[in-house]
Design a protein around this ligand. Structure first.
Ligand code: CUA
Length: 158
């Protein structure tokens, strides 16, 4: 079979690129420990978190003044907790896991936008400077009640 010289060279070049990319992925994953953003651990920190669990509030811990940690659970079709109250200027780290299927977690007007997988904890940290209401929603379609999956963060003025 005749393959034109230029075509053969491009085939080699494309094949070479594949080898380079696979090598780069392997080095990044195995030697540099590069992980997908947002995935904190392959565990559920709720079990380790301690603190008081309140069915209405879930796990919200004040680590220091204006420093909070929220352990959140997503399931069809709700978040727990669904309402979080914090003072303005608070930095909040969210740890979220799903009890069932893939969900999303997006807080309006912030940079927080996560995919939430079963048995994997997604993590994001954000500082809420401006007082007001920040709604959060599930933004991965997850079935009939997807549009009910929401909640809000109320940032209170000092
Ligand atoms: Cu959960 Cu959409």
């Amino acid at each position: 079979m005749h393959i034109d010289r230029y075509e053969r060279n491009w085939i080699r070049f494309a094949g070479g690129l594949l080898v380079v990319f696979v090598a780069a992925l392997t080095v990044a994953a195995v030697f540099l420990g590069v992980r997908l953003p947002g995935i904190a651990e392959q565990t559920i920190p709720i079990a380790q978190a301690g603190g008081e669990y309140d069915i209405n509030k879930g796990w919200i811990r004040e680590l220091a003044p204006r420093r909070y940690e929220v352990n959140m659970r997503a399931r069809v079709w709700s978040f727990e907790p669904r309402e979080i109250r914090i003072p303005a200027g608070s930095t909040v780290t969210f740890y979220i896991h799903s009890d069932d299927i893939i969900h999303g977690f997006k807080i309006q007007d912030t940079t927080v936008s996560l995919m939430v997988f079963p048995d994997v904890t997604a993590m994001a940290t954000y500082t809420f400077e401006k007082p007001g209401e920040y709604p959060f929603v599930c933004h991965e379609y997850c079935g009939a009640g997807h549009h009910f999956m929401s909640g809000r963060i109320i940032v209170e003025a000092l």
